[in-house]
Write a protein that binds this ligand. Structure first.
Ligand SMILES: Nc1ncnc2c1ncn2[C@@H]1O[C@H](COP(=O)(O)OP(=O)(O)OP(=O)(O)O)[C@@H](O)[C@H]1O
Length: 309
């Protein structure tokens, strides 16, 4: 059995120092530094055009930075470093599958290119939950199944570090959740995962640490919970409008502010336990919703803009 390893080892899998990449006048990556520990699940987040893909491709060794340094598993990935290739897995775009092959044949073909046995291909199909689709042709798979197959292909040679560029983009909510389970299972095998996403809610759930990028720069980097806690934002307790009198809400212990719109009455508080227990005493918990701050609030705080993926 594989042991459960999170943040395994003390080594850094990736160390990036002050990388920059400009396209004409546009500073796509504008002085990015970060490091990712072995076994860590690290997310680069941000809206479209933030520079996530360019950063990832520089780390993978697919693009040359204008300046700055990258160490990937202790080596420089650029110029193309063939010693690194067996140790890293890069998720393929769906268009890079071989034509007309079944899921199993795709994987076995990749396995043979790496000199890996067919048993490993079967194991990867199982890991990504495609064992029952082994004999289905790739072009007959759903979008989510194809994403999972591409991740299995990236893992077939048992790399230490896995790079995924927006693996859950364009998937329906159920397929996204299925893929989260796959990504967690991969991390439990001790792999380092570096991934980009524009879904902040997803990153909050999956990642050990995240870097929030905007306009080529990292604005904040930490554990998602630490970033949210750092905001010191109040908790919003929402009741159906008309279910509780506003003056009574304003008089509740711990209520800092009360607002109303057409549907709801919202109590803003830094002492949610006091507010909730007072509401429970009044029998007013039906239909109640509690909202705490999220990474979207962190983005708003950092940029002054609402987050739009
Ligand atoms: N080869 C290129 N030539 C010119 N401009 C480019 C090139 N690649 C990326 N850019 C620009 O650099 C900026 C950063 O792009 P990048 O793809 O890294 O962002 P991203 O955060 O991954 O965005 P997305 O989520 O849309 O993929 C964008 O403004 C993009 O248009």
């Amino acid at each position: 059995m594989f042991s459960h390893v999170i943040n395994a080892g003390n080594g850094a899998a990736v160390v990036v120092e002050d990388i920059r990449k400009a396209y004409g006048d546009l500073n796509a990556v504008d002085g990015v530094s970060l490091s990712v520990s072995e076994g860590e699940f690290f997310g680069i987040l941000g809206p479209n055009g933030a520079g996530k893909t360019t950063t990832l491709e520089i780390i993978e060794g697919l693009r040359e930075p204008d300046s700055g340094t990258v160490r990937l598993l202790g080596e420089s990935p650029w110029p193309r470093n063939s010693a690194l290739l067996p140790r890293i897995g890069v998720q393929l775009q769906a268009s890079s599958f071989f034509e007309k092959l079944t899921a199993r044949e795709q994987l076995e073909t990749f396995a043979s290119l790496y000199g890996v046995g067919a048993a490993r291909a079967a194991e990867m199909l199982d890991l990504v939950g495609l064992a029952d689709k082994a004999d289905t042709r790739e072009d007959k798979l759903s979008g989510g199944q194809r994403q999972r197959l591409s991740i299995a292909c990236a893992l077939v040679h048992d790399p230490d570090v896995l790079f995924l560029d927006e693996p859950t983009a364009a998937l329906d909510p159920q397929a996204r959740r299925n893929l989260w389970d796959v990504l967690r299972a991969i991390q439990e095998r001790g792999k380092t995962i570096l991934y980009t996403t524009h879904y902040l809610d997803e990153a909050e759930i999956l990642c050990d640490r995240v870097a929030i990028m905007d306009r080529g720069r990292i604005l904040a980097m930490d554990r998602p919970a630490a970033l949210v806690r750092g905001l010191d934002a109040p908790t919003q307790v929402r009741l159906e409008r008309g279910s509780f009198p506003r003056p009574d809400a304003e008089a509740l212990p711990g209520a800092d502010q009360v607002s109303e719109d057409e549907q709801s009455l919202t109590i803003s508080t830094r002492r949610p336990a006091d507010v909730l227990s007072a509401l429970a005493d009044r029998g007013a918990l039906d239909g109640l919703q509690v909202r705490t701050a999220t990474l979207e609030d962190v983005f708003l705080d950092l940029t002054g803009r609402e987050y739009r993926a």
